[in-house]
Design a protein around this ligand. Structure first.
Ligand code: B12
Length: 214
């Protein structure tokens, strides 16, 4: 398992080829993909963020680290999705709020939701309240998952929830929020139905709130 530390280093140093190579080897050896994500890649991304704060890393390094994690995630994603046993076809809308382009955590959540049996419609990044509302109506979705990584874009979550109220459909959907700067208190303050600090706990909470737990 020692070589897995190289996965951490590949994400930290922004080396997509090595991140993919180690992930392939680890998956061949049947190492749990959740271990690769939570114990190696997210830890590396947190260190990337810390280095950015200390002015040791700049945008190009952030982009290369994101590319490395995305490359590895492309191999892991099908496995997360195939974990889903049931097809209850409840539709979940995922998106990163307006003004925010961070999408790694949101994509991870989407894959785990699919793995949990949801039908996921991903609106991508920089999603406006109107786009969330339109998607819910078009797809008859019961769950909306908003992600924000910037303190400056977090208010977009409240704007979106308020827009659902304004459209008279707030009580028809469960709305979850998440992303590094989001907290439980913030979620309560803005009238979200729930918050979790990681994607797998978010899926468990979504299932609980929608009455899908066995
Ligand atoms: C990679 C990265 C980038 C990449 C993003 C690439 C991409 N495609 O995503 C790029 C280079 C584009 C970028 C740009 C910027 N970034 Co940036 N970035 C990061 C970094 C290093 C990692 C983020 C990440 O992917 N983490 C890994 C994922 C898995 O974690 P996550 O998203 O938090 O998701 C987890 C949970 O939060 C949860 N989750 C996420 N969403 C949801 C939703 C729900 C419903 C639930 C239940 C759970 C959930 O699940 C995941 C884990 O299981 C962070 C530092 C950090 N540690 O967060 C800075 C960081 C977020 N960035 C920051 C900044 C400042 C910027 C820029 C403003 C920099 C600039 N000067 O231009 C721009 C903003 C661009 C924009 N308009 O959005 C700051 C934000 C500070 C703040 N207080 O707001 C951070 C914290 C860095 C720092 N320490 O200063 N960034």
């Amino acid at each position: 398992m020692d070589y897995l530390e190289k996965l951490h280093d590949a994400v930290l140093k922004g080396n997509p080829d090595i991140a993919v190579e180690i992930t392939e080897k680890a998956l061949e050896e049947k190492i749990d993909p959740h271990v690769l994500i939570n114990e190696y890649m997210i830890r590396a991304m947190d260190e990337v963020g810390a280095r950015f704060e200390r002015f040791e890393y700049f945008i190009p390094q952030l982009l290369m680290s994101a590319k490395a994690m995305k490359g590895a995630m492309a191999l892991i994603r099908p496995l997360l999705i195939s974990e889903g046993e049931e097809d209850n076809s409840i539709c979940a809308i995922t998106g990163t709020v307006k003004g925010d382009v961070h999408d790694i955590g949101k994509n991870l959540l989407g894959a785990l939701l699919e793995g949990g049996g949801f039908r996921v419609v991903d609106l991508g990044t920089n999603v406006s309240p109107e786009q969330f509302i339109e998607a819910v109506e078009t797809h008859k979705a019961k769950l909306v998952c908003m992600s924000a990584l910037l303190t400056t874009t977090m208010p977009g979550m409240k704007t979106t929830i308020d827009a659902f109220k304004g459209a008279g459909i707030r009580d028809k959907v469960t709305m979850l929020v998440g992303g590094a700067p989001v907290t439980n208190q913030f979620a309560k303050d803005i009238g979200a139905d729930g918050y979790k600090d990681n994607a797998s706990a978010g899926v468990v909470l979504a299932k609980e709130l929608l009455g899908l737990t066995k």
